[in-house]
Design a protein around this ligand. Structure first.
Ligand code: SAM
Length: 285
């Protein structure tokens, strides 16, 4: 590929992905809007609709980046904005880095038990991402939106989550799994941290099967997106990588089979915008 991704080692891919998101973090939201003409917002709304979480849900949002899914979740379950009545632990979670600690591998975990802290309506989202720059943008957004409870931030790798077994009611990952080196490991980890009965949900770019639509989509992706990356974020290569990573990701059926092989049941998917993106779902029974 132009970016040489197919020939690089796994470690190099991991470093490259880290660098990409480090580079784009502050422009990430703006670029998403520009590249998709705002459609990513609709997809994320549809993702939440399909998920339909109930108040009391303990969610883990992996590769959560700047918090788009987390904030939609809190809104959906009705967690009040600007609440001042949260527990001291959850205030610390969203307001500062003071509560951070590092383990021997340098994995940063804020308030190790925060994901089990009760919140005002029992709902809680733990945002996990490998990239501190993305989490920092998310934290600043949480602050400006007035969320002082219901959300915590954990720096960690989706392939080896720094979180205990059987902990969460739901696991979401949106536009994140294709950036991971070992996709099956990510799904296996999702299975591990979910409680029995818990739900796995993934929103990811997928395969456009219609040949005509596919060629239009390909031209747009390969010719327009890197140019936009250059103009808006001053970064051609990162956006070229994003396009290539989309093409290399397993299609709807292959990905559904991977979810099943991790042990999930009732696995299904729904295409969005002719398969440009898809929502996959499965349950740990
Ligand atoms: N979920 C957010 C959204 O929908 O806007 C962010 C998606 S962004 C395209 C992908 C995110 O995946 C980045 O924040 C990146 O740091 C994160 N990421 C990449 N590899 C990861 C890994 N192995 N573990 C956890 N997060 C990872």
């Amino acid at each position: 590929t132009h970016f040489g991704f197919q020939s690089v080692s796994e470690e190099e891919k991991e470093n490259k992905v880290y660098e990409v998101f480090e580079n784009v973090a502050t422009k990430y939201d703006l670029m998403n809007d520009a590249m998709s003409a705002g459609v990513h917002r609709l997809w994320k709304d549809m993702f939440l609709e399909r998920f339909s979480p109930t108040p009391g849900t303990k969610l883990l949002d992996v590769a959560g980046g700047t918090g788009d899914i987390a904030f939609r979740f809190l809104k959906y379950v009705g967690t009040p904005v600007g609440s001042t009545f949260s527990s001291s632990a959850s205030v610390a979670q969203s307001s500062s880095d003071d509560s951070s600690s590092s383990d021997s591998e340098g994995t940063q975990v804020e308030n190790k038990d925060s994901f089990s802290e009760p919140d005002i309506n029992g709902s809680h989202v733990t945002v996990c991402d490998i990239n501190q720059a993305m989490l920092d943008v998310g934290k600043a957004k949480a602050k400006s939106m007035g969320y002082s409870s219901g959300i915590s931030w954990v720096k960690g790798n989706a392939e080896v989550l720094p979180l205990p077994d059987n902990t969460f009611d739901a696991y979401t990952i949106a536009f994140g799994i294709r950036n991971c080196t070992h996709v099956q490991k990510v799904i296996d980890e999702a299975y591990r941290v979910l409680k029995p009965g818990g739900r796995f949900m993934c929103l990811e770019f997928s395969e456009v099967k219609n040949p005509l639509l596919r060629s239009v989509y390909d031209s747009y992706s390969f010719q327009v997106i890197p140019v936009m990356g250059q103009v808006i974020a001053g970064d051609w290569k990162s956006y070229q990588y994003l396009v290539e990573s989309i093409r290399q990701f397993p299609n709807q059926e292959t990905f559904a089979a991977m979810i099943k092989s991790a042990g999930f049941r009732f696995v299904n998917y729904k295409n969005l915008t002719f398969g440009v993106a898809a929502i996959h779902s499965g349950f740990k029974i």
